[in-house]
Write a protein that binds this ligand. Structure first.
Ligand code: 3HC
Length: 309
């Protein structure tokens, strides 16, 4: 059986592609692109919420937020390891991120203006991530699918802590309730953009679905997220900022308004509210850590020389 046929048979039978398996170059580059962007998103995603760690309103909230941001770092490192199984180098991927040659999720280019943003990010952003990533537990590339299983478990804690934070604030003062609603108004539409452009404008979805890298299209998962979130918003007592949002019994889904794709394109192309700040912060952290990488490499060389002598 030819290598191409074995690859196609593996995909057709819903089996996993493993690092030792032959894959078409295009499959490899698709997986490196997708995994790297996911990893970059996790690492950059530490910044918006990290902004509130020193200003959390209680020790409990500070401990929860520290744990969550630390989880995101772990997800990023986990995913860079998955990218390395495809022959990618995490140092090169980081350089590409800093140089703007690789993307990270648009959602992290928005500011976190109040502590309610921490709750809304947990509820909506991590909620959207769960919608998008649970199906990826069945992605055809083994290391990525397995990484998703652990990441999704931790994302469910992220989503729950955010919702609980908001529930607490909604039982608080009128000012706290207004703070939650104002944060929801700012994060709702960017959360829908997390799922990517409409299927008709998605350059990768068709091939990624054929290779079972993605199991659903962008629009399918976006719709699933809207349908899941509406009753949660009702239970919370907040209004989602979309006058066209309503249940469509004929479709069995919620209809919702048009997303501002011009805004999405602006943010993805680097002109969002916080793009420059996020990348500059990532570059500064990378530069500040150069001495650690050099020391670790020098130590590894010394060990290697000692073992050879
Ligand atoms: N932000 C930035 N770029 C985006 C984007 C977004 N929200 N959505 C799509 N794009 C980019 C794509 O990367 C692609 O650009 P490229 O060719 O330069 O890579 C282009 O827009 C066309 O989009 P497609 O829909 O054709 O691309 P994909 O098939 O890759 O679909 C995706 C995009 C749905 C994000 C898919 O890549 C995916 O599911 N990735 C894995 C999950 C992931 O990365 N999630 C990031 C969320 S952050 C997160 O989960 C952290 C958690 O802690 C909250």
């Amino acid at each position: 059986m030819s290598l191409e046929l074995k690859f196609e048979e593996t995909i057709a039978h819903d089996q996993r592609i493993e690092p030792r398996d032959w894959v078409p170059d295009a499959y490899r580059s698709t997986m490196v692109r997708m995994i790297a962007q996911h990893a970059h998103s996790e690492i950059i995603g530490m910044q918006p919420e990290g902004n509130w760690i020193t200003r959390a309103p209680s020790l409990r909230r500070k401990a929860i937020l520290l744990a969550k941001v630390q989880d995101e770092a772990g997800h990023g490192l986990y995913l860079y390891s998955a990218a390395e199984t495809l022959g990618a180098d995490r140092g090169e991927l980081t350089e590409k991120l800093i140089a703007g040659k690789q993307k990270y999720s648009s959602i992290f280019n928005y500011p976190t203006l109040t502590f309610a943003d921490v709750g809304v990010i947990g509820w909506l952003v991590d909620g959207a991530a769960i919608c998008n990533q649970v199906p990826l537990c069945r992605s055809s590339y083994g290391p990525y699918a397995r990484a998703m299983i652990r990441i999704c478990k931790e994302e469910s804690f992220h989503q729950r802590q955010g919702y609980e934070l908001l529930m607490t604030m909604m039982r608080g003062t009128p000012e706290q309730r207004e703070m939650v609603q104002e944060a929801v108004n700012r994060w709702w539409w960017p959360s829908l953009m997390m799922f990517g452009p409409p299927d008709a404008d998605s350059s990768h979805t068709a091939q990624s679905m054929a290779w079972k890298v993605k199991r659903h299209t962008n629009d399918e998962l976006r719709q699933r997220f809207v349908d899941m979130t509406v009753p949660q918003a009702e239970a919370l007592g907040v209004t989602l900022p979309d006058p066209e949002l309503k249940w469509n019994a004929a479709r069995g889904h919620h209809d919702f308004g048009e997303i501002d794709w011009a805004e999405f394109k602006q943010v993805v192309s680097g002109n969002g509210p916080c793009n420059a700040q996020r990348v500059a912060h990532r570059k500064a952290a990378h530069d500040d850590g150069a001495w650690v990488r050099e020391a670790a490499a020098a130590h590894a060389r010394k060990i290697d020389e000692r073992q050879r002598s």
